[in-house]
Each structure stands twice: as structure tokens, then as C-alpha cells.
Design a protein around this ligand. Structure first.
Ligand code: MG
Ligand code: MG
Length: 628
């Protein structure tokens, strides 16, 4: 099946767009007229360049304000169409998108529009061209794909067909199931776009806030299912107008687009098995069972400090790698790998970011299936040389150079700790930390959609609603992505300014991703007391916070006293209670969090973030500033 994307979706000049679109894996391209006009090459040269990049020029768009005009405007509209037909022939594409008119003098009337299209169809046929008609959600007389279809049906010309666009249908709340009535061969082209649910003017919403399928709130999969059920076998293409994307990296936006398009086509194939979606087979979304390990790259004094920090958190060195400067620290089911190698991925990550979390390992049913699905979605497999006696652990590149490894039982990869490590301490009960509750990634706000798409397209994970985290120096947006059983949770924190704690972390680590790891305990008070014995120094929370807790919540006085004594933050909602204890920040602003969830509390304590961040910032004030 041909996969396309409109040039308007991508940042950069036309050449940069073509390169990014071809590199991301698309087979076709829609040329948006403005992108062509801004380019200095002739239409023939642009067409040749697109084909030389391995792309088919699927569509030329848009041709506006054509139908329903009174004379003499009507004649002018046909003259304009002939000029665009000339251009299309030079470019080498046979299909033009005509969007429904917004012209103030357009008269309306299905039959009038149908007559116009019948004549346009004859003119297009004389040149071997085709015309597709799309209902804009804000079209003057036609703003519903059902009316556009009626125009096309009555035009009754083989060179006139319908173009459907998920945004125009779904944004107006139209039932996409009505598309099933249209004969598949009369649908000439399909455009997909998602968007966040925002109550605003349709035109403004469409021109600025569209995003990739799966990144927004529209049911693009149901729309595409209805289209594919008609027997449609033409291209499926993305048309995304988004201000943020226009300012982003061409390559990343194109890769996200390809990933989203393949994922939604795969969803349709799985949920509408009767329809034919011509797409290579791939495993379904991968359930993540748990976090298998967290790997730090660290050396020298920072490595020693990290070891001391882990020791104070109750971790013990459980193993030493048979060949590398790599140690395994463990507590409960939490495995932390400290990598001090001077070659390989950890070394590269260390050189870029300083001490950093350079990789994360996930426990999955099948590591090979995971890599296969990731690769089908455009991710790049990651491998480095494997020494004698070592296991080749499948991995992929995440975003921004990060690496994600996959461990399973079926291929014996979960034996890696026994196979590659010489055992040391075996008492790893520590302070009662049992497993990783969540991994918190920090990024710029612009990168959040890319990361959430990465997780939700590859894994069986869902987005939680976006939460605003109030940093004293600016807003941080936080989006959790979670496995259905809550065993694997990621929080994506998007910093809009470098003055926030998250923004400072990005600046000081040159774009590291994981900022904190939250570890679970079943009894946070007992854990806190044990940790004190290990020399753990918790982040000190202001006494005012605890006075306020007493006012906000119905907490038993002795519990409150314990929270105050151990510097434990508290939150509760209708589902349950949540307790948080933080380490002091280390190595450029990373930190550990210890959490206890009681009942079905599913959040992350966003209400506590301002007080935690303020406490962290007190410790991170610039050199030379007096302590207060
Ligand atoms: Mg469109
Ligand atoms: Mg957290």
C-alpha cells in the first residue's frame, strides 16, 4: 500500500522535506503548492527530484474555490484549473485535490457543483488527469464528506472522485461509518490527521493543531477502517498542519509520521480482518511486563558517589561483569547496572551527557517480536560487539540517541545476570524497595509527542491525561504513558524554559532523557527508617508543607508526624493514597524517588511537585549564592 505525506506537514525547504520524507520510509508525497512555488527549480526538475528520491508524486494540492461560481468567475475558475493541469503534467502527477469552496460568491447547490465537476472531469480526462473533491469542514456550502460524495456521484465522471480527510470528518463530529456507503473505486485519495480535542474555530484548529494519528484525541483508526471497508486500495497519506512541527526537525517529524501511519494501518488490519491492508506483517503492540534494568554510565568520582547513593538506598552490589567494567546492583526486583566502560554506547553517552542513565531494559514476552515491531515502525535496531560468553541482548534506538534493551524468558535472555555476572552479595532485601514504579523522562515540550508516540505505537501502553506541573520558574507539562496493568509506567516531562528544574537538567546534561527513577516500597515509613540507618539523606521538604497537609487531608496525627519526621510527601484521591520520598539531586540533576501506592491511586503526586521542586532548587542554587 502506498504511504504518503503532504509536504506541508514537514519543516524546512522543499529539498529538506523530500529528503526527510524519503528517508523516513514513505513511498509517496503530496506536493503542497506553496512548497513548490517557494522552490526555485522548474516543475519538471522538482518532479524528477522527487522520483530520484524514490518517491511517487501522489497528489498536487490544493485547488481552491472552484465549484458553484456564477459567470464570469466560473470561466476564470476553469482557466485556473487548466493552468494547474499544465503544472501537474510538468511535475508528473495525475491527481489534484479540489477542496470545497469558501468563495463568498459560490452559489451552492449539489447539481450545480456536480455539473462543474462533470465538465472539469472531461477536461482532466483529455490530459489523462484525475480530480479528487474534498469537503473542508468549513466549506461554504459543502462541509460534509456525504455532500461531497453526492456531488461526485452526480458528476458521474470516471475522472472525478472523492477525497476523504479524517480531520474534516472527525472534527465536525460526523459519523465516519457513512464512508462505508461509497464505492471504494470512487475514493481517489485518503488523508489522515489527528488533533487534540480543543473547542475552537474549525479552520484555526485545523491549520495549527493537527497532529499525527495516535498523537491526538480523534478516532482516526475507526475512520480508516470505514475507508478500507469500501475496498479502497489507493494511497494513505498524512496531511498535518501544525505550528510546532513546522519549527521542529524535518527528520524527526517525518519519522514520527511514518511510525504513526504504519501503526494505525496495522490497527485497522487487526480490527477489521475482512479488509485488505497491504502492509508487511508485524507483531502486535508489545506488552511490557516490567522494567528489567536501568543502566547508568558513570566514571571516577561520580561513579563512587553513585555507588554510595545506591548503598544508602539499600542496594547491594550483586554481581561483577565477567569481562567489562560493569557492575550489577540489586534490591528486590530492581536491577541497576553501573557501566564504566570507555568504549561502546555507555562511553558515548557519558561523553555527551556526563554521568547519565544511558539505557533502559524492558521485560517483554519476546525480545525478537519487539525489535521486529519497532523496526516495522521505522526504529533503528541497536547492536554492539558481543564478547565471549555474553548474550546478544536485542535493542533499539529510542529517541535522541537513547537505547532500549529487551529481555525475555523464551530466548534465555533473562539468564543474562547469571551468565554474564560473577555473583557478589546475595542479600539484596535492603530497605524493602521491590521494583521500579516509574521512569521519568525529561525533554523539551516539542519532543513530548514524539516520545508518547514512540511508546504507544510500539508497546501496549496508553496515555494518561496531560498534567501541568508547577515549577516555581515556569510550567512543565507531564504526560504519563502506562501499561494497562500499571506494571510499567513512564512519565514524560516537557520543559518550556531552561529555568525550570527540568529545563536546567536538559541544559546541564546536554539533552539527557531519564531524570528520575521511582522505586516502589510496600511500607514507606519502614523503608525511610531503614534508609536512615544506611545513611540516606532525604530531600528536606519545608515544614509549611506538612502544616498544609494537615489542613487539606484527614490524616491521623501520628501518621502526619511520621511523614514530617521522614520528609515524606503525601497525596490522595478517590482511588487511594500516595507517598513520596525523594533523594537529593546528583550528577547534573538526576534523583531517586521512593513511592508507596495504597489502594488504586494511579497518579504521580503532581500536586506535590511545586514543593519538591522548590526543595531541589534550594540545593541546586548557583555557586556563590549563600544558603538560606
Ligand atoms: Mg485535506
Ligand atoms: Mg515521579
Amino acid at each position: 500500500m502506498k504511504t504518503g505525506i503532504a509536504t506541508v506537514s514537514i519543516s524546512g525547504n522543499l529539498e529538506e522535506k523530500i529528503e526527510a520524507i524519503a528517508a523516513a520510509g514513505f513511498t509517496g508525497i503530496e506536493i503542497f503548492e506553496q512548497d513548490f512555488i517557494a522552490d526555485s527549480r522548474s516543475p519538471r526538475e522538482v518532479g524528477e527530484r522527487i522520483r530520484a528520491a524514490g518517491l511517487e508524486l501522489l497528489l498536487f494540492q490544493p485547488f481552491r474555490d472552484f465549484e458553484g461560481l456564477p459567470a464570469p468567475l466560473r470561466h476564470k475558475a476553469f482557466d485556473r484549473a487548466e493552468r494547474k493541469f499544465d503544472l501537474m503534467q510538468e511535475l508528473g502527477t495525475d491527481l489534484v485535490l479540489v477542496c470545497s469552496s469558501v468563495h463568498p460568491e459560490a452559489l451552492g447547490g449539489i447539481d450545480r457543483a456536480a455539473d462543474d465537476f462533470a465538465e472539469l472531469g472531461s477536461r482532466a480526462a483529455a490530459r489523462g488527469l484525475r480530480v479528487g473533491y474534498e469537503a473542508l469542514a468549513w466549506g461554504r456550502h459543502v462541509n460534509d464528506h456525504r455532500d461531497a460524495w453526492e456531488v461526485v456521484r452526480r458528476a458521474d465522471h470516471p475522472n472525478i472522485g472523492l477525497i476523504v480527510d479524517s480531520f474534516h470528518t472527525l472534527a465536525r463530529g460526523l459519523d465516519p461509518e457513512s464512508i462505508r456507503r461509497v464505492p471504494g473505486d470512487k475514493i481517489f485519495f485518503v488523508q489522515l490527521a489527528d488533533a487534540p480535542r480543543i473547542d475552537m474555530d474549525l479552520l484555526y484548529w485545523s491549520r495549527h493543531f493537527r497532529n499525527m494519528p495516535g498523537e491526538g484525541d480523534l478516532d482516526v483508526a475507526t475512520f480508516l477502517r470505514a475507508v478500507m471497508a469500501t475496498g479502497y486500495s489507493g494511497p494513505v497519506s498524512l496531511e498535518i498542519f501544525n505550528d510546532q512541527f513546522r519549527g521542529g526537525s524535518s527528520a524527526t517529524i517525518a519519522q514520527d509520521g511514518y511510525r504513526s501511519l504504519v501503526a494505525v494501518m496495522d490497527d485497522v488490519r487487526r480490527t477489521e480482518p475482512e479488509v485488505h491492508v497491504d502492509l508487511p506483517a508485524m507483531p502486535s503492540r508489545i506488552p511490557v511486563r516490567d522494567t528489567a534494568f536501568i543502566e547508568f554510565a558513570a566514571r571516577g568520582a561520580e561513579l563512587s558517589a553513585l555507588e554510595a547513593q545506591l548503598g544508602s538506598l539499600g542496594f547491594r552490589r550483586a554481581g561483577r561483569h565477567i569481562a567489562k567494567q560493569v557492575a550489577l546492583w540489586q534490591q528486590g526486583d530492581i536491577r541497576i547496572v553501573l557501566n564504566a566502560e570507555t568504549e561502546g554506547h555507555a562511553a558515548t553517552a557519558y561523553n555527551v551527557h556526563g554521568s547519565t542513565i544511558c539505557a533502559v531494559g524492558l521485560e517483554v514476552g519476546s525480545a525478537q517480536d519487539t525489535v521486529d515491531r519497532a523496526t516495522a515502525l521505522g526504529a533503528v535496531p541497536f547492536a554492539q560487539p558481543v564478547g565471549p560468553g555474553e548474550l546478544p541482548i536485542p535493542a533499539i534506538r529510542g529517541l535522541g540517541g537513547s537505547v532500549v534493551h529487551f529481555i525475555d524468558d523464551v530466548s534465555g535472555l533473562s539468564d543474562v545476570w547469571r551468565v554474564e555476572f560473577e555473583p557478589e552479595a546475595d542479600d539484596t532485601d535492603g530497605a524493602g524497595l521491590t521494583r521500579v514504579d516509574h521512569i521519568a523522562q525529561t525533554m523539551t515540550y516539542d519532543e513530548m509527542l514524539s516520545w508518547s508516540l514512540f511508546y504507544t505505537s510500539l508497546f501496549d501502553m496508553k496515555k494518561a491525561p496531560m498534567v501541568d506541573v508547577i515549577d516555581p520558574d515556569g510550567l512543565v507539562r507531564s504526560q504519563a504513558v502506562e501499561a494497562p496493568d500499571g506494571r510499567f509506567r513512564i512519565t514524560l516531562n516537557g520543559a518550556e524554559t531552561h529555568r525550570t528544574l527540568a529545563g536546567k537538567f536538559l541544559a546541564e546534561t546536554f539533552g539527557a532523557t531519564v531524570q528520575h527513577i521511582a522505586l516502589e516500597t510496600q511500607d514507606i515509613i519502614a523503608t525511610a527508617k531503614t534508609l536512615k540507618g544506611f545513611g540516606f539523606q532525604p530531600l528536606q521538604i519545608s515544614p509549611n508543607y506538612f502544616d498544609d497537609l494537615a489542613a487539606r487531608f484527614d490524616i491521623a496525627p501520628e501518621t502526619l508526624a511520621q511523614l514530617r519526621a521522614e520528609s515524606i510527601l503525601y497525596d490522595a484521591d478517590a482511588n487511594g493514597e500516595f507517598f513520596q520520598l525523594y533523594s537529593k539531586p546528583f550528577a547534573g540533576g538526576m534523583f531517586f524517588e521512593i513511592v508507596e501506592r495504597r489502594g488504586a491511586y494511579a497518579g504521580y503526586g503532581a500536586a506535590n511537585a511545586p514543593f519538591r521542586i522548590a526543595a531541589q532548587k534550594r540545593l541546586m542554587r548557583p555557586k556563590g549564592m549563600p544558603a538560606m
